[in-house]
Write a protein that binds this ligand. Structure first.
Ligand SMILES: Nc1ncnc2c1ncn2[C@@H]1O[C@H](COP(=O)(O)OP(=O)(O)OP(=O)(O)O)[C@@H](O)[C@H]1O
Ligand SMILES: O=c1[nH]c(=O)c2[nH+]cn([C@@H]3O[C@H](COP(=O)(O)O)[C@@H](O)[C@H]3O)c2[nH]1
Ligand SMILES: NC(=O)CC[C@H](N)C(=O)O
Ligand SMILES: [Mg+2]
Length: 683
């Protein structure tokens, strides 16, 4: 694993250090980064690190991260209880706050309300040192299903959320603070101020840790890892592997580098040709390996929880399971690299594999390299079991494994790469294969019908309120007075339909993976997009089995959707999606919108709208989802709002109209879901 970057200050001064205890949060490394940006060194340590070890290593403060578990679970991760009587200042975040509250005799329980997304909190104690300099109302990121019920002894409630849930607790004398929200992510607007208050005003730390250049640290790591071997570098042409290629060339003799681009058949229109040309531009000659069939017919061995042995998966062209798709693709990549090594008469023991793996790739795959307690949100193809075995043998070099996307871009510019390469939108390794939602039958569990009814109660709130609908309480109990007023206003101004789609997408809620229904909103008139954004944030908090809310263009959805179009990865579905993707990206490029958006996945879903059940029209068409996403580090983010300067309505309108001309497309949808509870990709 990468050494700790910047393990010493340039001026050799002593500097204070902070211990971050990892309870398995998706954002553990983001905490580390935010502390480092405040020029304090921090180390991400296992949650069970003892007080003795913390004292011996001279850590001056403790941060406890969030995590996917529940403190009241039998199998909740263990920790040293004497942390809380060691007189070391503590800031607990989300799960960390729930741990503090439990330790001081308080209670934590799962409540009806989930909170996943940016929410307003009210500071109740303006003298609380953690909130010094902050206004009474703060926009923060909450993503949790458990909440503090009874406050622990000696603890004081410092803030509450808009749903009246405890958002912060503290004991000033003991210098112990807990926040239910996540100050480390961009969706908490004044997170950096909160960390600054804790580290400097409360802990009294000295701000003098400056990073030795991360580029030089990378060079040292590369030289140590590669030694006298050759490097087989896998280049997708995306930012990360392009920067990785430039970094390797900066650190090594170019003759040691073999750069390979795999055309796996899931690339965008003309992508592999463009990649070959742009890498040549910066002096990197690629070997292009065409391998569609190996991927298309690929299989792998997967061991499901509780199974004694692993089972062979169906071929990629026959599976609908996102994790199976990802693992098959990841393993075929590795098998291909072994083929290339033998084709080039190289000895495996004389070659190391280089990838542009980033921190988010590893934490979302729950790699033990980065966390023992994290949940697997989605297995990134560059972190499968086979890759992990190669890593164990020391045969993988990943200089960017400690970086987030925006930091990679900064390094890319530092290495002199051109903007059109550095600013490219990310494109996932499995490519279009994880952007085709495959299905053989509709996903309709016993909660489907009730979910459909409650979704309708939400969007038709005014009428349902007047008629005292039987399930009205499910909405009124999970919403604040202001939210009820908003629902009343929206449902009085124009009619919105809500249709649950019998498909699932991957999401992240409370640091845990979710695989839940999609909700389609539709209207006869042009929507008010801010109203839709409000509904998209509210609905998953009320209906925890929905992690994706979209607007469906083309007028009201007339008929309920109870079937899916039989869909697997095939030349036809790939060409349908590739065509729609090319159209959307061309419109974005021609209208100068590309740089306004961080990434815009285009997704093919097996839904054929507008089929009158009476006429028994078979479900043969599919639909396209547009997912323009705004983020810096891809750990959290929000949808671009149509009509904003990021995405003018005429640009969106052109995308929709042009995509509707693609053969076999039923409707176009717009993904309104923040991360969390959705993720950037749909699988
Ligand atoms: N088609 C491909 N050919 C060769 N290597 C690939 C390919 N796709 C992915 N990889 C490898 O997997 C890693 C992660 O893939 P990913 O899709 O994230 O591309 P990237 O280079 O990281 O850029 P970005 O994430 O910005 O698209 C890459 O850094 C690269 O090493
Ligand atoms: O190299 C990759 N292999 C993968 O398997 C993979 N899955 C998601 N992504 C990219 O990661 C970022 C975060 O995506 P999510 O919010 O969907 O997890 C986004 O930029 C995604 O495009 C991948 N990249
Ligand atoms: N993000 C977190 O730390 C979540 C804590 C806990 N798993 C919950 O859902 O409340
Ligand atoms: Mg990447």
């Amino acid at each position: 694993m990468n050494p700790k970057f910047g393990s010493a200050t340039e001026n050799g001064l002593h500097h204070d250090k902070v211990a971050i205890l990892d309870a398995g949060s998706q954002y553990g490394k983001v905490i580390d980064r935010k502390v480092r940006e405040l020029q304090i060194e921090s180390d991400l340590l296992p949650l069970e690190t003892t007080v003795q070890e913390i004292k011996e290593k001279g850590y001056k403060a403790i941060l406890i991260s969030g995590g996917p578990n529940s403190v009241y679970d039998e199998d909740a991760p263990s920790y040293d209880k004497s942390l809380f009587t060691a007189n070391i200042p503590i800031l607990g975040i989300c799960y960390g706050m729930q741990m503090i509250n439990s330790e001081f005799g308080g209670s934590v329980q799962k409540k009806d309300i989930r909170e996943d997304g940016q929410t307003a909190i009210t500071i109740l104690e303006p003298t609380c040192p953690l909130f010094s300099g902050l206004s009474k109302t703060q926009n923060v990121l909450l993503t949790h299903g458990d909440s503090v019920d009874k406050i622990g002894e000696k603890m004081k409630k410092a803030a509450v959320s808009s749903s009246d849930i405890v958002a912060a607790i503290y004991n000033e004398q003991m210098k112990i603070y807990g926040v239910q929200f996540h100050p480390e992510v961009d969706l908490t607007e004044n997170g950096k101020q909160i960390f600054s208050n804790f580290l400097f005003n409360i802990c009294g730390l000295t701000q003098n840790f400056t990073m030795i250049s991360r580029k030089e640290q990378c060079v040292k790591y590369i030289k140590d890892k590669v030694g006298n071997n050759k490097v087989l570098l896998l280049v997708s042409g995306g930012v990360d592997s392009t920067v990785c290629a430039a970094l390797l060339r900066y650190a090594l003799n170019p003759s040691k580098i073999i750069a390979v681009h795999v055309d796996n058949g899931f690339m965008r229109k003309d992508e592999s040709d463009k990649v070959e040309k742009s890498l040549k531009e910066i002096g990197i000659d690629l070997i292009v390996k065409k391998a569609f069939n190996q991927f298309y017919k690929g299989t792998t061995a997967i061991k499901k929880p509780g199974q004694m042995y692993s089972l062979e998966t169906p071929m990629l062209c026959n599976t609908c399971n996102p994790e199976e798709k990802r693992k098959i693709i990841g393993d075929v990549f590795v098998k291909l690299t072994n083929e290339i090594i033998s084709e080039m008469n190289l000895k495996p023991e004389e070659v190391v594999l280089a990838q542009g793996t980033l921190r988010p790739d590893l934490i979302e795959s729950a790699s033990s390299l980065v966390s023992k307690n994290a949940d697997t949100i989605k297995t990134h193809h560059n972190d499968t079991e086979l890759i992990r075995q190669l890593r164990q043998q020391g045969r993988v070099v990943e200089p960017l494994a400690d970086f987030h996307k925006d930091e990679v871009r900064a390094l890319g510019y530092d290495l002199g790469l051109p903007a059109h390469l550095v600013e490219r939108h990310p494109f996932p390794g499995p490519g279009l294969a994880i952007r085709i939602l495959c299905a053989e039958e509709p996903y309709m569990e016993k909660d489907f019908a009730e979910t459909q009814v409650i979704a309708r109660v939400i969007v038709d709130y005014k009428n349902k309120l007047e008629r005292k609908h039987a399930l009205l309480a499910r909405v009124t109990e999970a919403t604040t007075d202001d939210e009820k007023k908003e629902l009343l206003r929206i449902s009085s101004s124009y009619e919105i339909s809500a249709t649950v789609l019998p498909i699932r997408t991957v999401g992240v809620q409370g640091d845990k993976r979710s695989y839940s229904y999609v909700l389609g909103l539709s209207s006869q008139v042009d929507p008010n997009w801010n109203d839709l954004i409000f509904l998209a944030k509210l609905i998953p908090r009320i209906l925890h089995n929905i992690n994706r809310v979209c607007y469906v263009f083309g007028g009201h959805i007339q008929f309920p959707i109870s079937e899916v179009t039989y869909t697997h990865i095939s030349n036809f579905t790939l060409s349908q999606l590739r065509e729609a993707d090319a159209i959307a990206n061309e419109v974005m490029k021609l209208t100068g919108t590309t740089k306004q958006i961080a990434q815009m996945p285009i997704v093919l879903i097996p839904i054929h709208f507008d089929r009158d059940p009476a006429n028994k029209v078979p479900s043969v068409q599919r639909s396209i989802v547009l997912r323009p996403f705004l983020t810096n580090d891809f750990m959290t983010g929000v949808p671009a709002i149509p009509g904003s300067d990021r995405l003018p309505l005429h640009v969106l309108g052109k995308m929709v109209n042009e995509i509707m001309k693609v053969e076999g497309i039923s409707r176009v949808l717009y993904d309104l879901t923040p991360k969390p509870p959705g993720t950037t990709e749909w699988e």
